[in-house]
Design a protein around this ligand. Sequence first.
Ligand code: AMP
Ligand code: MG
Length: 319
Amino acid sequence: MANATELLQADAAGYAAASSIWSAGGLVAFPTETVYGLGADARNDRAVARIFEAKGRPRFNPLIVHVASVEAARRYVDWSDEAEILASAFWPGPLTLVLPLRADSGLSPLVTAELPTLAIRVPAHPVAQGLLTEFGGPVAAPSANPSGRISPTTAAHVLAGLSGRIEAVIEGGACAVGVESTIVGLADQASVLRPGGVPIEALEAALGRALTKHTAGDPLVAPGQMQSHYAPGAPVRLNAQERRAGELLLGFGTVDADLNLSPSGDLVEAAANLFGHLHALDSRGSPIAVSPIPEIGLGRAINDRLRRAAAPRDDRLPG
Ligand code: AMP
Ligand code: MG
């Protein structure tokens, strides 16, 4: 693609422009409540292939399909009682359900990396809702960053990583949740495949039972959940009690830090700040130390992303 990436506004003209780019097989990045997504028409093989190309993402790493409503989701997957419970409680919102793919889905097989299941979600962000409603079709959208790098939570992050490789990005401000969706597998035994924006405790309360939890590196975990991912350029040291010489400290709670995820120790605020603060510290080029974060609620998603950011780089498989 030779042309510059266009910055579209989140208004009727912007939605119409984005929708016609999608209809023509192009790529548009757009805000969701989790992170910015890189969207394409999920029924168009060539368009979906371009997502993998633009991100440098391996083709065996399947994509999440975004739709405007539960009714739309049911056209692509076999629905179930547990899907109904979770969708009623958390959609629209930062929850992805993995369900059996319907034989008549009409989706590109590239979306699912030819798996018999599909990851699908209804985002809550008003701009994502407006766009999906205007387009009227399923949109495949991974995070709008080069594969293996930090996820984008502003349009400026998207442009920094993908400018010139995609047709457009919609300006929608900073993402409120700030970490990716929680992924729950419902195709066989219900299990959490990735911690994310909906706390696992809330899912278990809605279902009335405990969920199996997989950890990164577990072979059963969702395909593409590689150990090293979400990585800044600089080395990252976790559970740091203090800043060592030459390090920048990413703090949490009452600590003297270069940037603080949440001085008051609020995990929701910390999740919203996570990728923006990592982008900002990474641009300064020094090693990054991170304060301990409690492993509860959104802390699980934050720690999952931080562990990947700190994982050894040699055996990195881009994700
Ligand atoms: P991303 O779009 O980068 O947030 O990543 C989407 C992730 O969803 C993939 O890396 C997979 O781990 C997971 N995923 C997508 N489709 C499936 C599926 N059919 N089964 C299990 N996990 C999936
Ligand atoms: Mg991603």
